[in-house]
Design a protein around this ligand. Structure first.
Ligand code: FMN
Length: 166
């Protein structure tokens, strides 16, 4: 797992090859394994493989175009009702996204986090495309596929960001 943290990159180009159901299931299991505030697990997931819906999601933001040519996408949503620590719900969903990202890398898949929340226009667009009910908010889109690009990850370690209070 350690190597994956250091080698994972955003993948925005995908091979024309479907993602096996077992692998999608594995990504969803990884997402739901995430820690959350008070263990509230505020997430819901839409799995999208319909070509028209993928193309529509690609229009949800100026930076979501890669969804169009992905064989699948997971749309992470955040519940807004019956959540004890609502202020933490989107933070919890972030951890679920990171788990998907790392698990995808582990499975030889590629993905990228496409930001939807907290931008209302984007959230509304995704709600309409997927008919998301009122008690959920679209949080992020993660297109998933077999990578059709490779890139070495940067080394982002920066000792100047570390402050010691010994
Ligand atoms: C909260 C968040 C929102 C992001 N939104 C987008 C997006 O809308 N479109 C996109 O192509 N990449 C998006 N990214 C991916 C970042 O651009 C990417 O993680 C960053 O450039 C670092 O590259 P790396 O993931 O390859 O390490 C997002 C990442 C995060 C964490």
């Amino acid at each position: 797992m350690q190597d994956i943290i250091f080698t994972r990159v955003s993948i925005r180009k995908y091979k024309d090859r479907p993602v096996e159901e077992e692998k999608l299931d594995r990504l969803l299991r990884a997402a739901m394994q995430a820690p959350s505030a008070g263990n509230q697990q505020p997430w819901e997931f839409y799995v999208v493989t319909n070509k028209e819906k993928l193309a529509a999601l690609a229009q949800a933001s100026p930076f979501a175009g890669c969804t169009k040519d992905a064989p699948a996408a997971i749309v992470i949503c955040s519940r807004t009702k019956q959540i004890r620590w609502l202020d933490y719900a989107e933070i919890d969903c972030s951890i679920a996204c990171e788990n998907i990202w790392l698990e995808a890398e582990q499975l030889g898949l590629g993905t990228v986090w496409l930001g939807i929340a907290p931008l209302k226009g984007r959230m509304d667009t995704v709600r309409k495309i997927l008919a998301i009910p009122e008690d959920l908010n679209a949080f992020a889109i993660m297109p998933v596929g077999y990578p059709d690009e490779t890139r070495p990850q940067q080394d982002r370690y920066d000792a100047s960001r570390i402050h010691r209070a010994d």
